[in-house]
Every structure is written in C-alpha cells, then in structure tokens.
Write a protein that binds this ligand. Structure first.
Ligand code: 4AD
Length: 466
C-alpha cells in the first residue's frame, strides 16, 4: 500500500518501500524513448525520480508523458524507493524513486518569465557561469518582485521566510513567558500617531482618518487600562517617499509596551534578553534556512554578546568625533554616521548588536519622556544591528498636561488625539516600550542588502502589486 511521504523524509531507511509524493517538476531529462529523469521538489527538498519503460509496470507512453511535462508543474508520483550505487548529484535526497504512476495535478506554462535555476544562483556562481560562456540571464530585483510567486520558490527565499516566521515565534514565546499579553489595536485611526507627514489619509464614512503609522497611542492606552505588559504584531503604514534599501510603505511592527517601576532601563533589559533569545533561537532552529540564504547571499553570522552593549548617545557621538566624523550637537545620526558607529563599536567591543540611549529630545516623537536631570535629552533609545536601526523605544510622558504641550510644540493637531491624551487624566502608571521592524531584523540578521528581500510582497512608493 502506498502512502504520502514528504520529499525531505525520503531516506535510505525507506529502501524498497512504496511512497507517494507531491511536488514540482523542477527538472525533466529524457534519455532516449524509454527513460526519463525527473527532479521533484517539495518545500526546497529535491529527489530524483526515474521513469523507465518496463513490461506490465511502466509504458512507453508514460515515459513520453513524463518527458513532455513542463518545468514547475505540480505532479504526484507513486513509486518505489531505491538506493543507487553512485551518489546523486543535483538533488538534496540520496535516494531515487522508481516511478510506477505519475499524475499531473497542475501544468505550468511551457516558458516561465523567470528561469528559477538562474534566479537561485549567487553572484559568484553567476560570474563563474558567465566566464564559462554559459547563457544565463541575471534576474533583477524588479523582475523578481513582478513575478514574486516564482521568485519566492528559490531556496534562499524559502529560507528567508522561515527565518521571519521564527523571529515572530521567538518574539511571542519570550514575551508570553515574561507575562506580556498579545493585543490588537485598530489600524484605522483618526489622526497621525507618530507626527510628521508620512501618513496615508483616507475617508472614514465622511470623516478624515489615517492608516495607523504605529500602534503607539493605543498600546499606551492599554497600559492606562491596566494591561500592565502588552505586545502586538501587526501592519504599520508609512506614506514614506523614501526610496532606500530599508524603508517600506507597509511593514510588520513588533511592538511592546510595559509599566516601569523605577527606570526606563527596565525596558532596555527586556530588549536585551528578548533579542538574545531571538538570535539564539534562529541559530539553533534555522540552521538549514540560514545556510540556504548564505548560499545565494553570502553573509557572516551576527556577532552579539550574552549581555547587550549599551552606550549613551553622547558616548557614540564621541566615538564618531574621535574617528573624525562631526555630528551636530542635539541632532540625529544620519544613516552614514550610524553605519560608521556600527563599525567602530564592532572594532572596540566585538559586537554587531547594541543599544544607544539618552537621545536628544528634539529628535524624538512628542510622547517621549525628557530626562529628569537634563530636558535637552530624553529617556529614549535606538537599537542597531550591523550599524542599522531596528528598534526605537522610550519612556513615555504619562502626564496629560505635559503630553498636550509636547504634542502642540511638535505641531500636532491635538484634537485628533484628544481621546489618547484624556486616557492619562484618569491616572496612568509610568511606562515605556519600543517598536521593532520585523523586515529590518530579518534583513540585517541575514546581512541582506535590501528590505524588499525580507518582505513577502513589498509595498514601496512605486509598488502596490503583486
Ligand atoms: O522608529 P519608529 O518610527 O518608532 C515607532 O513607530 C515608535 N512608535 C516605536 C516606539 O514604541 N517608540 O519605528 C520603529 C521601527 C524602526 O526602528 C524600524 O525598525 C521600523 O520600525 N521602521 C521601518 N521599517 C520599514 N520601513 C519603514 N518605513 C520603517 N519605519 C520604521
């Protein structure tokens, strides 16, 4: 009797057993009229299948049918597992399936807009192939994104999204174990939550509204409602006009908000332990995915310490100054300065993951708490991987009058956030939190050069499809 088996589980121990597999015809190679080899792929694992004409078992017509299949068609194969004497090249599994029955579930077009073999090659492999005079087409980013359903089938892309799933899972597991509750805040809101122009405006049944730029206001309101510790995983919308390697118009936000007893360092302690646990879990549970990504896009494993390095903004600025980079006092670090600081930190402390805290108040959003000892600074922090920001966080202003003043001074129309400000009039605990960009974490952990590679269907100023 046959039974369904996953390609990844086809091993030598199954020799002589009948199996059924479902996958894609990744490669089809006829050998004369009586034999054809198929490579069948399922979730990144591949197995060689032999269709050979044999009296009463396999007809010559079936060999012809197999040879005429188009690449990427979805097929069902029933057959016998055998162990060839020679090692198999060009398949992940070291057994062969002697095909008895073959069904085509869904036929792919005979020519595809992307050649998947080419799309899966690393830059070094492309160079080598070109030098050897091979005909191949470099698949550019736009073509990949236009035909994302095909592009996503490459081993590196399969790896990237398994890694993304694991980051989210590790984030949730850690926070649940620390007594946080998962919440969902509305994405249709009355006003901008971060300030600034980068907001998608829309008509909400005759009232002006926005797509939420972050769960900021509502996650804080959950703290006012006695939720104590909350987190959210959800979409964040930014009408950015930035054409950079790290900005999207829609991304997945991992947000945290919590009561603090004494100091906003309590929030940084959570960041520290949370991210060490996320990185550890990726290194432990995603070895194959990381290898698949590194095969196409080579990168070095992330260097991080068991206890995350913390530097003040001023210390960071001093390190940059010492290296000859001038920074505006009380200004923000630009992308280049952040990168440079990343290098300096790596050289001095041996880590590519660190926290920079006590930022100038002027460069932080209105809800950020000023430092008690010097209100030109704030109780806030950013967190960096390989010199690029993945998190921003802070203690929040929990006094309604002060909040109102801060919002006004930042040019925010206070009427649009009056219910938020009112939430602090009924008594509010001291609290803080942070927001993480999921795509940035995956991009930077894997050393990818563009955030679009870490977004399933990226949305940028020029792209709303597929
Ligand atoms: O720095 P941001 O804008 O901070 C907030 O939204 C605050 N409400 C967070 C808080 O709790 N204080 O965004 C947080 C993170 C950034 O560090 C970055 O990783 C990511 O979200 N991010 C983006 N990712 C992709 N595309 C964009 N346009 C992004 N803007 C921010």
């Amino acid at each position: 009797p046959s039974r369904w088996t996953r390609v990844e589980n086809l091993e030598k121990s199954l020799e002589g057993k009948h199996v059924m597999i479902r996958g894609r015809a990744q490669a089809i190679r006829p050998v004369g009229k009586k034999m054809a080899f198929l490579v069948v792929r399922e979730s990144g694992f591949t197995v060689q299948c032999l269709v050979q004409a044999q009296q009463d078992l396999v007809s010559v017509q079936m060999v012809k049918y197999a040879a005429a299949l188009s690449r990427e068609s979805v097929i069902d194969v029933e057959g016998l597992v055998s162990v060839p004497s020679e090692p198999i090249k060009g398949a992940t599994q070291q057994v062969e399936v002697q095909v008895r029955k073959l069904y085509c579930v869904s036929r792919a077009l005979p020519t595809l807009p992307i050649n998947l073999e080419d799309a899966a090659r690393s830059e070094a492999e492309i160079e080598k192939a070109l030098q050897a005079g091979e005909q191949l087409v470099r698949v550019n980013q736009d073509t990949r994104l236009n035909f994302r359903v095909l592009d996503l089938r490459t081993p590196a892309n399969q790896g990237i999204f398994s890694i993304q799933s694991q980051v989210e899972n590790a984030f949730r597991q850690f926070l649940l174990s620390e007594g946080f509750r998962q919440i969902h805040t509305p994405k249709l809101i009355a006003g901008s939550s971060e300030g600034g122009a980068a907001v998608f405006r829309l008509d909400y049944k005759g009232h002006p509204a926005c797509l939420a730029q972050s769960p900021q206001l509502h996650k804080q309101m959950a703290i006012c409602a006695d939720f104590g510790r909350v987190f959210e995983i959800g979409p964040v919308f930014r009408a950015e006009d930035s054409f950079t390697h790290r900005h999207l118009c829609e991304f997945t936000g991992l947000d945290v908000e919590m009561e603090i007893k004494k100091h906003y360092f309590e929030v940084m302690d959570i960041v520290d332990r949370l991210f060490v646990s996320i990185f550890d879990s990726l290194n432990q549970n995603c070895k194959k995915d990381l290898e698949a990504v590194a095969h196409q896009y080579p990168f070095e494993p992330l260097k991080y310490l068991r206890q995350t390095l913390r530097l003040t903004y001023e210390e960071g600025v001093q390190m940059l100054k010492d290296a000859g980079v001038e920074i505006e006092p009380f200004g923000d670090l630009n992308t280049e300065a952040e990168r440079k600081l990343g290098q300096l930190v790596l050289e001095k402390y041996g880590t590519e993951f660190y926290i920079l805290y006590r930022y100038p108040l002027a460069v932080r959003p209105f809800y950020t708490m000023p430092c008690y000892d010097n209100p030109q600074y704030s109780n806030s922090f950013d967190v960096f991987i390989r010199g690029e920001e993945i998190i921003s966080g802070a203690q929040r202003v929990h006094n309604a009058e002060m909040l109102e003043k801060r919002a006004e001074s930042c040019g925010i129309d206070v009427k649009t956030i009056s219910t938020y400000i009112d939430s602090f009039r009924y008594g509010a605990p001291t609290h803080g939190g942070f927001g993480v960009g999921l795509e940035r974490v995956v991009m930077l952990f894997c050393g990818l050069n563009n955030i679009r590679k870490a977004s399933l269907y990226p949305r940028d100023p020029l792209r709303i499809a597929p």
